[in-house]
Write a new protein. Structure first.
Length: 136
């Protein structure tokens, strides 16, 4: 397993384990309620485009984690109810350079699993398609 994937897997396991520990006491007394009170966590990664792979943790409900702008990123994910394939937030022109960038997200949104992977032609298209979500 390549180093980047192993690091991503370990970070996700640690993040989701920590999230489960904070949710478990509340879940023991009552069924989880969907909505802003339900914690959601996504491990976001970006690879390609000539840069080193990067990863961050986004936690929503309340917004936090290691993402540099968690409030905006949580609003973006909430707007599409965790279906990241539906994101297309800032359409507009980009250069025609080909420097592929792959964005991935794994985790849980409102108690539902999320697995997203999309390759964009370049960083501009990534930014246009996902706005602040993968801007880290």
């Amino acid at each position: 397993m390549p180093f980047a994937r192993r690091t991503t897997a370990l970070a996700l396991a640690a993040a989701l384990g920590g999230l489960a520990a904070t949710v478990a006491p509340a879940a023991a007394g009552a069924a989880p309620r969907p909505g802003p009170e339900t914690p959601s966590a996504l491990l976001l990664t970006v690879e390609g485009g000539g840069d080193d792979p990067r990863a961050t943790l986004l936690v929503c409900g309340p917004a936090g984690g290691l993402h540099p702008d968690p409030a905006t990123a949580c609003r973006l994910v909430a707007r599409v109810d965790g279906h990241l394939d539906a994101l297309d937030v800032r359409p507009g022109p980009c250069t025609r350079e080909y420097a592929p960038v792959t964005a991935r997200a794994v985790g849980f949104w409102q108690d539902r699993p999320v697995a997203y992977s999309r390759t964009f032609d370049n960083r501009c298209e990534l930014r246009r398609g996902t706005d602040a979500l993968f801007a880290f």
